[in-house]
Design a protein around this ligand. Structure first.
Ligand code: ZN
Length: 305
């Protein structure tokens, strides 16, 4: 067998963030546990954003604390700024070494402005400081570069522009994981393949792919990133996500679809198929969640493997 594929399930954060009705903390924790029981050992469990801006993530400290009790699980939380960084450290307490901080900015100016209301330069400078302080605190970081391939305002991102930002992010820390994110789901597999091949050839194995399935290309883009040498993938159980206020916006590529892809390609994911389907069903059944993905609906794929 070849190298394994590492799947980080982001359904507790990316999948639930836009659900209008508050999802009870117990439901979020049950989802985290179901994913853990399926063998998932990396998860994005919440976000230390302002609860006024994103009320759904107001209980991230509690969900994180529960996640950090699960042996061998690395729990990622998004932190938009220094305040979020401090809240995350406080919430993790003496288990901070099991936590990963997820930083984010956009590769395009207009999406960064729309998302965090500041320029790319201002975001980069602020995040550079957090990268340094996280290293001193001994907490690993995942730096997410949103809209690396396509921007809702600027369209397809020119590859040299995307790679320029990747290069700047790489320079912040020699070991930091960097996710190239297809935020809109409108990347094309040949583009994903070229950008990953360039990034890996220039800066080595440190990249992850975060993809959405809006245009039905999520799995194809994962395969393209894998073939270019990427080994870490974000996906959401049940394909949940999207935004009720942005019609047509869909969730992350479904974890079960990605797991099926890798299994068919003879690549180990460490996941238990039956338990993963149970977790995906649980995610899809969260009231207000918008499920996606294909494999949950394929009767023949529901037989135990
Ligand atoms: Zn996303």
């Amino acid at each position: 067998m070849s190298e394994p594929a590492i799947i980080s399930d982001v359904s507790p954060r990316d999948g639930l963030q836009s659900v209008a009705e508050f999802v009870p903390t117990g439901t979020k924790v049950a989802l985290v546990r179901a994913l853990y029981d399926a063998g998932v050992r990396r998860m994005e469990v919440g976000s230390f954003v302002s609860p006024r801006a994103v009320p759904q993530m107001a209980d991230t400290a509690e969900v994180l604390a529960e996640a950090l009790r699960l042996p061998g699980l690395e729990a990622t939380v998004l932190v938009p700024n220094r305040r979020g960084f401090e809240l995350a450290l406080a919430a993790a307490g003496n288990r901070a070494d099991q936590m990963r901080l997820g930083l984010f900015m956009s590769a395009t100016e207009s999406h960064n402005q729309a998302n965090v209301n500041r320029s790319r330069e201002a975001s980069f400078e602020a995040l550079a400081g957090i990268v340094r302080d996280a290293a001193s605190a001994g907490v690993p970081v995942r730096f997410n570069l949103s809209c690396t391939f396509h921007c809702p305002f600027e369209g397809v991102v020119p590859e040299p522009e995307a790679l320029d930002w990747v290069e700047r992010v790489v320079a912040l820390d020699p070991s930091m994981e960097i996710a190239l994110a297809d935020t809109t789901g409108n990347a094309a597999p040949d583009q994903v393949s070229r950008v990953f091949a360039r990034a890996l050839a220039s800066w080595g194995e440190r990249f992850a792919f975060h993809g959405h399935d809006t245009y039905g290309m999520g799995v194809a883009n994962v395969a393209a990133a894998w073939n270019a040498g990427c080994r870490v993938f974000d996906a959401a159980a049940g394909g949940i996500g999207g935004c009720p206020f942005a019609p047509g916006a869909s969730g992350n590529v479904a974890t079960e679809d990605v797991a099926w892809l890798f299994t068919r390609m003879g690549i180990d994911t460490g996941l238990d198929w039956t338990a993963l389907l149970a977790a995906a069903d649980l995610a899809a059944a969260v009231p207000g969640a918008l499920p996606g993905g294909r494999l949950r609906g394929v009767p023949a794929a529901r037989r135990p493997m």
